[in-house]
Design a protein around this ligand. Structure first.
Ligand code: IPD
Ligand code: CA
Ligand code: CA
Length: 263
């Protein structure tokens, strides 16, 4: 089965499960990971386990990186077949019921690059899919980034991230906050990045994101015409702990890089 088909089918099943869990979120057991704001629910674990089972049965031998359950270890071989799973991106939103800003993300990489990816937003029935070189779709319809051409007209999503990176984020993005037309934050990276792909946002900025957060969404955005780099303008490495990220419609990318405090 082609990887993109596997991703599409898996997202349908897991989005239905996530909606069901969201409806009864008050009954879920919620624990914390690195700090009191880093949440984990049974739904995160169950969704990741189901996706992992599916990959192991359809693509035995492939390396799997997942946010939960000890799978957050990057492979030594960065050129082999590798999957990146974030079972619920935006767990805070999921737990608190901030509709609809959480997503399920599955990325597939080979030869060191993301090759296929999908993000489901279960609460509004949206599925974004992409395959390298073949474009990106939202529920089957081709997507394109916006045509906004200047920062003072742009809707920029600055993802506030975790408390430990907030001082860095404030330092880098102060001039963006002062000059951008609008500043937003969904606090779910896949939602913000895919908003650039649909043209709802013109740029997304994050101080340091893990690959399971962005592997699928950045490919989706790029296939919709977006440009993605780190703050210093270099390519975003897929196999790195937490690269900084600017994803834009391309037209305002250089202005954002010039405006960011990159030092
Ligand atoms: C988080 C969200 C958030 C981003 C964090 C991520 P999680 O993912 O995407 O928007 O700022 O860096 O860790 O923990 O909800 O899967
Ligand atoms: Ca995440
Ligand atoms: Ca997550």
């Amino acid at each position: 089965m082609p990887e993109r088909t596997f991703i599409a089918q898996t997202l349908v099943t897991q989005a239905a499960y996530a909606r069901d869990q969201y409806a009864q979120r008050g009954a879920l057991t919620v624990s914390t990971k690195r700090d009191a704001n880093d949440l984990l629910t049974q739904a995160d674990l169950a969704i990741q386990a189901a996706i992992v089972d599916g990959i192991r049965s359809a693509f035995p031998g492939d390396y799997i990186v997942g946010e939960e359950d000890g799978l957050n270890v990057l492979p030594e071989d960065t050129h082999g077949r590798c999957w990146f799973i974030d079972p619920i991106d935006g767990t805070q939103n999921f737990v608190r019921g901030l509709y609809p800003a959480y997503g399920i993300s599955i990325g597939f990489a080979d030869q060191g690059r993301a090759q296929a990816g999908g993000v489901a937003l279960p609460q509004n029935g949206t599925a974004f899919l992409a395959q390298r070189g073949s474009g990106a779709t939202q529920n089957g319809e081709t997507m394109r980034v916006s045509s906004v051409a200047s920062l003072d007209r742009a809707r920029v999503e600055i993802d506030f991230g975790h408390p430990h990176s907030r001082a860095t984020l404030l330092h880098h993005t102060k001039p963006i906050m002062e000059r951008a037309g609008q500043v937003r934050c969904h606090c779910a990276a896949v939602v913000g990045i895919c908003s650039v792909a649909t043209g709802d946002a013109d740029a997304f900025i994050h101080p340091g994101l893990t690959p399971w957060d962005f592997a699928a969404a950045v490919l989706i955005a790029e296939e919709a015409g977006a440009r993605a780099t780190q703050f210093d303008g270099t390519a975003v490495p897929l196999y790195a702990e937490a690269p900084s990220l600017v994803v834009s419609n391309g037209r305002i990318h250089d202005e954002i890089l010039d405006t960011l405090h990159s030092g």
